[in-house]
Design a protein around this ligand. Structure first.
Ligand SMILES: [Zn+2]
Length: 171
């Protein structure tokens, strides 16, 4: 059923392989077991919990880069735990996803900070990653670029309380 995900993850042989199947941008969070589907394209979904306190309610904030003398550049999203206040970057298109991982945005690499609120109240957060490219091709691109195939998603959706509040094309 999820052979494509297994190929992306490269975790065949591990009984608990889906627990580790995550793009590295989620490394700072505790994550649910993978939900994978092929509708409408191959999609991997993860619910987030705080790595410090296991809280599952977050507020979301835009992550903004400010190049000197240029317009602010909203490149990502950060999540702050309602329970303990821990705040972590959830995604940054300059370094994550297909283009970010392969260095296509390296000219935009200015320091970034969380700034504008995306949500005002706490709510559960689900992140969905989609992969339009075939798993075998992604594996090849990953080998050539020194990137894990699962990091080469081309779309990300962040849902808050069951509603999509932020999304970005990554390729
Ligand atoms: Zn927490």
């Amino acid at each position: 059923m999820t052979g494509w995900l297994r190929r992306l993850f490269g975790g065949a042989g591990s009984a608990d392989w889906t627990r580790g199947a995550r793009p590295r941008c989620l490394a700072a969070f505790t994550i649910s077991a993978a939900r994978a589907s092929e509708r409408p394209v191959r999609t991997l979904e993860r619910d987030l919990a705080c790595a410090a306190c296991e809280g599952v309610a977050f507020t979301l904030t835009s992550h903004v880069r400010r190049p000197a003398g240029e317009e602010p550049d909203e490149t990502g999203v950060a999540a702050t735990c309602e329970e303990c206040g821990r705040s972590e970057l959830l995604f940054d298109e300059v370094v994550h996803g297909y283009d970010g991982e392969l260095g296509h945005w390296s000219h935009r690499d200015h320091p970034g900070v969380p700034e504008d609120p995306i949500t005002s109240a706490g709510g559960s957060v689900t992140v969905a990653f989609t992969y339009n490219v075939e798993a075998d091709e992604l594996a090849q691109v990953g080998r050539d670029g020194g990137v894990a195939p699962i990091d080469l998603f081309d779309w990300i959706e962040v849902s808050h309380g069951g509603r999509i509040v932020w999304e970005r094309e990554c390729a």
